[in-house]
Design a protein around this ligand. Structure first.
Ligand SMILES: *[C@@H]1O[C@H](CO)[C@@H](O)[C@H](O)[C@H]1NC(C)=O
Ligand SMILES: *[C@@H]1O[C@H](CO)[C@@H](O)[C@H](O)[C@H]1NC(C)=O
Length: 363
């Protein structure tokens, strides 16, 4: 019998685990994070030495976002801008590769945000990530909440009119050039969200009246979202409260289920049901493989397969926990034959010199 497994975080949330969870659902039913020290507006890269996010203000501004995710003001003919959200909890281990990825790119085509939790970590002034820290003094302790928080900051960022939002694991690397990544994402009519029906019955969870048990979906938290879907996520209260209040681990894993179920409820045909973030579950079937420098396999060969794959055979743990576990041909706007992955994980920090040598990302 398959165990109920947490898919998402191996190697990605080490630092987040250190952070204390102070999530409360306030009397208004809105996500709020107790935050005594910080009473200024949310800000990012602002003058203050410690940019900080005020939860009450953030929640209020989020409610004003238009539902369909339109940008206010002149947006016609504006090029897409992709927000890369690094949920690392601190330094980004593969900064060298990301620096190569973003080198010489037009800064109007991307934005960077690094969720550093409640730590006072600051990137040095020569870092790619200088001034892109997103903090919350009493920080969400799981990747799902940290992502949602950072997403809200990126959506509300008036200086950078972001249209796409990519959740990047700290232990992941870019596989393709910026232009290839940019064109792939921004040409898609769908958001890239892995979502499948899990086999497990939820006998002890009364999901009514909010939704039917058959609507529950599972998948990886590493997703790439259009503005419309990012807006659905940060504005949602009903489904969030349902999950936060009475879906309990270990049967449920918040970051593997909440957003996947929410988007399935609100716009099932708007998501691809597959992720663009490669992970290899073939070895253990339980946790994704961690790529180390010292491993015996041929890294070059492996990267080649990862980069050229056009049928998603990984599909999370689907052979164990999904109702339908067939390999899926990767499509873009309904056209098959496209490569599946733009990013890969889980890489151990010691693989950096090797990845640099192998010209990853493939530029
Ligand atoms: C990437 O795309 C931009 C905009 O289309 C173009 O100006 C630039 O030359 C491209 N860069 C590379 C390395 O192809
Ligand atoms: C994703 O799966 C849902 C069912 O869970 C389906 O309704 C939807 O059409 C699928 N999306 C695409 C793009 O095929």
């Amino acid at each position: 019998m398959a165990k109920w497994i947490k898919l998402s975080n191996r190697g990605c949330d080490n630092l987040l685990l250190l952070v204390v969870v102070l999530l409360v659902v306030s009397s208004h039913g809105v996500l709020s994070l107790q935050d005594k020290k910080c009473d200024s507006d949310y800000c990012l890269g602002c003058e203050s030495s410690v940019p900080c996010v005020d939860a009450t203000r953030l929640a209020k501004d989020v409610r004003k976002l238009p539902d369909e995710g339109e940008l206010s003001g002149p947006s016609l003919d504006q090029p897409h801008r992709i927000a890369f959200l690094f949920i690392s909890g601190g330094p980004v281990p593969f900064e060298t590769l990301w620096r190569r990825f973003f080198a010489l790119q037009n800064k109007n085509r991307y934005s960077l945000y690094v969720y550093v939790g409640s730590s006072d970590y600051t990137f040095p002034s020569d870092s790619l990530f200088f001034n892109s820290e997103v903090r919350s003094h009493s920080a969400p302790g799981n990747v799902g909440l940290a992502f949602r928080w950072t997403l809200a900051v990126a959506l509300l960022d008036q200086n950078r009119r972001n249209t796409w939002f990519v959740n990047v694991c700290g232990a992941s690397v870019p596989l393709r050039s910026f232009n290839q990544t940019y064109d792939y994402l921004t040409s898609s009519r769908h958001s890239f969200v892995q979502s499948f029906s899990p086999i497990r019955g939820f006998r002890f969870w009364d999901t009514q009246p909010q939704f039917d048990q058959s609507e529950i979906r599972k998948g990886e938290i590493w997703m790439a979202l259009r503005r419309k879907h990012a807006t659905i996520i940060v504005k949602d209260r009903e489904t969030f409260i349902k999950f936060a209040s009475n879906a309990r681990e270990p049967e449920h894993v918040f970051e593997d289920e909440y957003l996947q179920t929410l988007l399935n409820l609100r716009d099932p045909s708007g998501i691809t049901n597959r992720t663009v973030m490669f992970a290899d579950y073939s070895n253990t079937g339980v946790l994704p493989r961690v790529f180390h420098t010292g491993d015996s396999y041929n890294m070059q060969q492996f990267l080649h397969e990862m980069v050229t794959m056009t049928v998603d055979t990984t599909y999370g743990l689907q052979h164990l926990i999904a109702v339908d576990n067939r390999p899926v041909p990767c499509e873009l706007n309904g056209n098959p034959g496209v490569v599946c992955f733009l990013f890969g994980r889980v890489f151990h920090e010691n693989s950096l010199p090797m990845l640099i040598g192998l010209q990853i990302p493939n530029i």
